[in-house]
Design a protein around this ligand. Sequence first.
Ligand code: GDP
Length: 528
Amino acid sequence: MKFSEEIKRRRTFGIISHPDAGKTTLTEKLLLFGGAIQEAGAVKSNKIKKGATSDFMEIERQRGISVATSVLAFEYQGVKINILDTPGHKDFAEDTFRTLTAVDSVIVVIDVAKGVEEQTEKLVSVCRMRNIPMIVFINKLDREGKDAFELLDEVEQKLGLKVTPLSFPIGMGYDFKGIYNIWEKNINLFSGDSRKNIEETIEVSDLSSPELNTLIGDTAADTLREEIELVEGIYPSFDKELYQKGDLQPVFFGSALNNFGVRELLDCFISIAPTPRAKESDTRVVQPDEKDFTGFVFKIHANMDPKHRDRLAFIKIVSGTFERNVPYLHTRHNKKLKFSSPNAFFAEKKEIVDISYPGDIVGLHDTGNFKIGDTLTTGEQLNYKGIPSFSPEHFRYINNADPLKSKQLAKGIDQLMDEGVAQLFTLELNGRKVIGTVGALQYEVIQYRLEHEYGAKCTYENLNVHKACWIYVEDENNDEFKDFKRVKSKFLAKDKQGQLVFLADSSFSLQMTQQKYPSITFHFTSEF
Ligand code: GDP
C-alpha cells in the first residue's frame, strides 16, 4: 500500500468519560466488532475504584495487562484504528491530559442517568482548548435516565459544545424500543441480547410511512415523528468540516453493555473521524505526509519486569515512517538512537514491528533516555509543543528514610518524574525537595514504587502550598524582580527543567504578591 493510503486509513483516538460511564465496556464492544477479541470480558479495566492504594497495587501486579491496554489497535473495514487508553480516575488526570496530545479525535461517553459529570467537564474542556473533534455517546439507554432533549441541552451548556444528534432513542429504560439512526436513516430495534454481534437494522427512509407504526406501535411512532421534527428544527445538520474543526459535535445514543448502537457509532466514526493531523512544533507545522519521520513521547510506562529497570516510551508518529534499526535524532539530547525492537500494539498483545505510519503508536524500550514531551526526528532539530505541566494540587517534602540508599532514591525520583508521575520542585533556599501531585494517591504510589523498583525508602512531610506558579519576567535585572527574589526567597523553587516557580501558600498571598510585583507574571502551567 502507498504511504499516503496508509495515512488515510488511520484513526487514532481516545475515549474519555467520568469513571463508570462505560468507557471500558464500549472499548470492548468496539474491539469485538473489529474481530480483535472473541468474547466480552477480555479487556480488563485498569481503573482505580475508590482511590484505594490496594487497587493500585493490584494494577501494578497486572501491569502487563495495563500496558497492553494502553494502546488497542484493530482493523475494521480496512481502517486501522488505534484507541489510546485514558485513565478516568481524577488522580491520574494529568496522564489523560498528556494522552490527549496524541489523539486525533475523541469519543466522549456520558451516562444517560448521571448526565455530564465532573471529570467529563474537565477532560472535554482540554479537548476544546485543542479543537479536538469529539463525538458524544450517550450510554446505558436500557436504563431509566434523563430525557434526550434535556441531556442534549446539558451537554451544550455544561460542556460548551454545539451538538447535533445523529441518532435518537425510541423510548428509554423499561420502554426502550430502539434507536432511529438519523445518519443512516434506519431503525434498530432493541432486543436486549448482549451476545448478538450485529443487530438487524430496518431501513426507514420515510418516517411518515405506516410501516413505522407496525414496527414500534402507534404511540411510539407518533412520538418519534414529533421528536425527529424537533431535532431537525433545533439542531444544525451535520457538517463534517465543522466537526473536524472541533466546532460541531455529533451525538449517538445506545447501550454499550447490550452492544446496542455501537455499530452505528463505529460506522459513522470511521467515515467522519479525522486521519492523522498536522502538528505544531517550535519551528514549524509538520504535515503527516512528509517523508521524514518525526514523533514525540506522550507516555512512559515503567518496569514491566521488576528485575530490569526498563521502561517503555510511547511515541506518537506525526510524520513519515518509523523503521526498526534506523537511527533517529533525540532532539533534546542532540544524539542519534536506534531501536532494534519497537513494539506495536494490538488488542491483546504487543509485537515487534519493522515499520509504522503516522497515527500509529510505537513503544520503545528505554533505559532512561526519554522523558514525556521528548521529540524524535530523522535529523531535523525541532520540538513538539503542547505537553505542559499544570500546577499540582498537593505538595509534600520528600525525605530520605534510608541514608545508605540516597543514590537509589535520587535516581528513582528522577525517573518517576520523567514518567510524569508527579512534579519535583527544589527549594532555592535550602535545596530541599518537594513533590507536587494532582491527587493524594500518588504519594503512596511513589513510595511503593521507590521501594519496589529502586530499593529506596522515603517519608513525607507536610508543606503548606496552595499553588505553584511559573514565573515570567521580561528583565531579570529589574529592581522589582530582585526585591521579589529577596522577599519571597522562602517560597521560590526550581522545577525539573530549571524554571523558576513561586510556591504560594494561599490564594490571598498570591494575590498580594501579584499586586505588589506587577512586572512579574504568574502562570499556572509550565508552558506559556
Ligand atoms: P468505565 O469506568 O467508564 O470504564 O465504565 P465500565 O465500562 O467499567 O462500566 C461501568 C459499569 O456500567 C459496569 O458495571 C458496566 O457493566 C455498566 N454498563 C456499561 N454500559 C452499560 C449499559 O449500556 N447499560 C447498563 N445497564 N450498564 C452498563
